[in-house]
Design a protein. Structure first.
Length: 296
């Protein structure tokens, strides 16, 4: 059994025997490889928040009977005396049916997302997939095969693991994803963070998050526990400068839409800097390859 399935099984077993449980009232919905695990684990250290090892509950991307969803399983057992409980599944923002199902579950859901430079995020996901699946294609082949993969249609059903693997570049189209999500959940229910700013000052961002959740701010902040950092010793062929240029061009219009919708400061993002002319594509290419440890 996969470790994610084992965690879910443990949570469901505890639900059966727990004296009380809490419905999920907040969710970190995106994005993958942008410190969502760190944010969730730090929030879960708050005495009012029930966490647990089952971080990605994935409820809204699972094949339930959506005419009669099993909401009684979308809960966390009360273990530490918490008053609220949340979910952190970064695929939700990407997968349109997930956000629609979440609105049906709770229109007042409080939502958070952390965003990262789109190319850096995509390359970090590639490194994760390569670590998990050594046969996953080298970056040049992945860009050729998946670089133009579209966002899933509005009427799509449940994602397969293969769907999410193929979407490593589409998942960085933040503007289109956010546009769909804001049509379902109004902006006051959201807090949107920038990846590097969060890692540089997590306490300030935790204050913003606890204010959204209407719980007291931390009196003692938890230690930052960054997990799943991008490996810097990847094997395989490096992408070409042309490959990176292709991705910059793909993200340009969507990044402008994202900036208008989110008000997140992207001025330091390398992709934005290339678009603005303050960084060359060659410099971005070198930076990305150095980070991943790819040569030639």
């Amino acid at each position: 059994m996969h470790r994610r399935a084992r965690r879910r099984a443990r949570r469901l077993a505890k639900l059966e025997t727990a004296e009380s449980s809490l419905p999920i009232t907040f969710a970190i919905v995106g994005v993958q490889k942008a410190a969502t695990t760190t944010l969730f684990r730090m929030l879960s250290a708050h005495p009012d928040v029930e966490g647990g090892p089952d971080k990605e509950m994935r409820f809204f991307i699972q094949p339930h009977d959506w005419d009669n969803p099993p909401y009684d399983t979308y809960r966390r057992p009360v273990v530490r005396g918490g008053r609220i409980a949340g979910d952190a599944t970064p695929a939700y923002l990407f997968w349109p049916s997930a956000m629609r199902r979440m609105r049906d579950y709770e229109p007042a859901m409080r939502l958070m997302a952390v965003f990262r430079d789109p190319i850096e995020r995509s390359f970090s996901q590639w490194a994760m997939e390569r670590t998990r699946h050594p046969s996953f294609p080298d970056l040049p082949q992945a860009i050729a095969a998946y670089g133009d993969e579209p966002l899933p249609r509005e009427d799509v059903g449940d994602p397969s693991p293969r769907d999410l693997q193929r979407a490593l570049f589409a998942r960085s189209l933040y503007g289109a994803q956010l546009e769909r999500a804001l049509a379902l959940f109004p902006e006051p229910q959201w807090r949107m963070f920038e990846f590097r700013a969060f890692l540089q000052d997590p306490h300030r961002h935790l204050d913003i998050a606890t204010d959204l959740l209407r719980i007291p701010r931390f009196t003692e902040y938890p230690d930052e526990t960054q997990r799943m950092a991008t490996p810097d010793d990847n094997e395989g062929t490096a992408p070409s400068v042309g490959d990176v240029e292709r991705l910059v061009q793909r993200y340009a219009d969507d990044l402008a839409l994202f900036e208008r919708l989110s008000h997140v400061d992207t001025s330091g993002w390398p992709t934005r800097r290339v678009i603005d002319g303050t960084m060359t594509v060659s410099d971005l290419h070198r930076r990305l390859c150095d980070k991943l440890g790819l040569r030639g």
